[in-house]
Design a protein around this ligand. Structure first.
Ligand code: SF4
Length: 735
């Protein structure tokens, strides 16, 4: 079989272009009509906005989005991404027939499902026989339902017998998860519902531009300010979110840790520590206090660029009210010190008694639709369902019991996402030679993306399950067209820890199959005789049993309860008698989930980014999202309205930097790092620091921001340093 090994090979005569592949595989969504409106949820981000899909036979997708005012999270509000989501259901935008790479021409050509599945089973088993079980890897996605994430982890460990599974959620919030576990003994995005935000006194929002990433959530912060509360936004750019703030601090990228430590220093110096709370409900304060005292305000000003008076103002605003919150997002998390940075923000909450109390606490605004549930149920390299750890013998025994296997047959923890991608196609004893990729597009979304693309091209075999012919799917030996959000039922866990139910609203096109069906068919071909359930309700029932007694206990949650109660918050154990467990909207009010019930301070110190500017690369690059596009853009770039609103990448730079470089608005710029080069037009704006440039990461090709990003990993969370690296900027045509 001839797979393209270079980007040029994709355009050779005889190979199938992306558009041609879609057209060739497209089929009318013949039975896509829906008879009645169905309540469901948006396919995209972690807010998981409630929406209603109503029949709209005249539209290409067959349904239209109707507001669902009663759902409490978004109360009817939706962003443009959610409103236009049905367009991706339409023919012509998606795959509706399997594709296999033709051995002669090297092109992807349509085929039937049996041939495609046989080819995948042969590709995976062939590598397994030649190189061992761990030579077969699986890479999942934070958009998969809980049922799919659970089934994918089980499939990898039982059917493939491989430890090599991780998912793109590792890129999303693993540093917050690691810090949350270290401090509180459990990791859940928010330990309280969003509805608590308007009733607290102050929120520090660190590295989140939610006005663009999840606009309906902005309403909670507007209400906070209407109620007399204050909002502090920390971001190197003056974003639309920062414009809403009472105080905006714009630290140098990579210095959030120093900023948090500087604030804690001032809390101590100004006598604002809640000594009673610290004594009664925490441990490790003295070490954390000593670490913070090494970060005196003037030093922090030099490191971060935030003036001392602004730092004092932030401390005063945070400590003045009875209750306050700190919320982080990717800004402070996607760093080689992301776990310690989040730990420092948690320290600030603990020292001031702003955790484990009503309307107070630390929370993480998760990113992907099921970034939270995706790792709770076995898709992450080191975890089993129920947030159990693979390295824990009791956890292995429990899950193996549910699966009906000997615990000793379960493989151990595998590699983290970037490490797994970096091992692809390597001709070494621990190389991963075959990959099953589901719901992810690492060619665009992984750090050091050109290298990741090169590793994917070096694979012996690549199978991709996706709804569209993404940039990663174009490299595959086999592409399996799978069903989408509106065509299938399953649960997701939103950023609040609220388990919600996506309900099937319409039938998929005949050529598409569900991911659960794919896993079942592959398991049968790979000799797994026990079967793999394809009914999501049956999978969820098994997941409930597997999660019972774990940190993320879903055993008391049912589809019926979710529908009746607008979602159920985990943990929610099943009760043998009496009224059902109500779920847990608010964590830690009585005790933290550590063995002694106390929250643990982290004695963290600031350290530089893995790559600091120098003479050759004198500027900082930070990356992020824009309002109209979602993640790698595989779906939203195919939606006309979203694409019209945000048609391509850009380089945001300050007017002073533009002057110094002699750059004008719209001029093509080349941003160059040690890993590659990306070209995009200049967008000159005073809303960014003069020492920093920003690029959104939704696009492939010459404007791919992740060609530049640094895969330096956090030692605990193994999260790459997407948010800062050293670059130089040149006029593209001169470069
Ligand atoms: Fe969908 Fe997120 Fe937009 Fe809500 S905010 S409509 S969940 S993309």
């Amino acid at each position: 079989m001839t797979r393209p090994t270079t980007p040029e090979a994709r355009s050779e005569p005889g190979s199938l272009s992306a558009d041609a592949a879609v057209d060739a595989a497209a089929a009318p969504a013949v039975d896509a009509a829906v008879d009645a409106a169905v309540d469901t949820h948006c396919p995209y981000c972690a807010l998981q906005c409630g929406m209603r899909l109503a029949p709209a036979p005249a539209t290409a997708g067959g349904v239209e989005v109707v507001e669902r005012d009663a759902f409490p999270v978004n109360r009817g509000a939706l962003c443009g991404k959610g409103r236009t989501a049905p367009e991706v259901l339409a023919r012509g935008l998606r795959l509706t027939q399997p594709l296999v790479r033709d051995p002669g021409s090297g092109a992807l050509v349509p085929t039937d499902w049996e041939t495609a599945l046989d080819r995948v089973a042969a590709g995976l088993s062939g590598v397994r026989e030649r190189h061992g079980t761990d030579a077969v890897g699986v890479f999942g996605g934070g958009g998969l339902t809980n049922e799919k994430a659970y089934a994918l982890g089980k499939f990898t460990r039982l059917v493939l017998g491989s430890s090599q599974i991780d998912y793109n959620g590792r890129f999303c919030m693993s540093s917050a998860a690691a810090a949350g576990n270290r401090a509180f003994g459990v990791d859940r995005g928010l330990p309280f519902p969003l509805a608590d935000i308007p009733r607290t006194g102050c929120v520090i929002l660190v590295g989140s531009n939610l006005a663009d990433t999840m606009p309906p959530a902005l309403r909670y912060f507007t209400e906070l300010r209407e109620n007399g509360g204050t909002l502090i936004v920390i971001d190197p750019r003056r974003t639309r979110t920062a414009e809403q703030a009472d105080l905006h601090l714009a630290p140098r990228p990579g210095t959030d840790l120093a900023l948090a430590l500087g604030m804690l220093h001032l809390v101590v110096a100004e006598g604002r520590v809640d000594e009673a709370f610290v004594a009664e409900r925490t441990s490790g304060w003295e070490e954390a206090r000593a670490a913070a005292m090494a970060h005196w305000p003037e030093l922090v000003e030099r490191v971060t660029g935030v003036p001392v008076p602004r730092l004092r103002e932030a401390v005063r605003m945070f400590c003045a009210p009875e209750a306050a919150m700190v919320l982080t997002a990717r800004g402070p998390e996607q760093h080689s010190k992301g776990t310690d940075t989040v730990g420092a923000w948690i320290n600030l909450c603990l020292a001031t008694g702003r955790a484990g109390r009503p309307l107070s606490g630390y929370g993480c605004l998760t990113g992907q639709g099921n970034g939270q549930g995706g790792r709770e149920h076995g898709q992450k390299a080191d975890q089993l369902p129920g947030y159990r750890m693979l390295a824990d013998q009791a956890a292995r025994e429990h899950v193996a019991g549910v699966w009906g296997v000997d615990p000793d047959t379960l493989p151990g923890p595998g590699r983290s996402a970037y490490e797994l991608l970096d091992a692809l196609g390597r001709d070494t004893p621990d190389g991963v030679r075959a990959l099953l990729l589901m719901a992810s597009n690492p060619v665009v979304s992984a750090p050091r993306a050109a290298h990741v693309e090169e590793r994917m091209r070096a694979l012996d075999f690549l199978a991709v399950c996706d709804v569209v012919l993404s940039e990663s799917a174009r490299l595959a030996d086999v592409v399996l067209p799978v069903t989408q959000w509106a065509e299938e039922t399953g649960t997701m866990t939103n950023l609040e820890g609220r388990v919600i139910l996506r309900q099937r609203a319409l039938a998929p096109p005949p050529g598409c199959r569900g991911d659960l069906e794919v896993l079942n068919a592959l398991a049968a071909r790979l000799g797994w005789e026990k079967g793999f359930p394809t009914d999501p309700a049956e999978v969820f029932d098994e997941l409930r049993r597997a999660s019972a007694g774990g940190k993320a206990d879903y055993s008391g949650i049912t589809y019926r309860r979710i529908a009746e109660e607008d979602g159920v918050f985990w943990p929610c154990p099943e009760r043998a008698e009496g009224p059902p467990h109500p779920g847990t909207p608010r964590l830690f009010l009585d005790r933290f989930a550590t063995p002694d019930g106390r929250a643990r301070f982290a004695p963290v110190l600031h350290r530089p980014a893995a790559e600091e500017p120098d003479a050759e690369y004198p500027l900082l690059l930070t990356t992020g999202r824009v309002l109209a596009q979602y993640q790698s853009g595989a779906q939203t770039r195919r939606v006309a309205r979203q694409n019209a609103a945000a048609p391509g990448p850009f380089v945001q730079l300050h007017p002073r930097l533009a002057d110094r470089l002699g750059v004008t608005e719209g001029e093509r710029l080349a941003v160059v790092s040690r890993r590659g080069r990306a070209v995009a037009p200049a967008r000159i704006s005073a809303d960014i620091r003069p020492d920093t440039v920003f690029m959104p990461f939704h696009w492939p090709g010459e404007g791919r921001a992740n060609s530049l990003t640094n895969p330096a990993l956090d030692p605990t969370s193994r999260m790459p340093e997407f948010k800062v690296c050293a670059v130089r900027v040149e006029r593209a045509d001169e470069a």
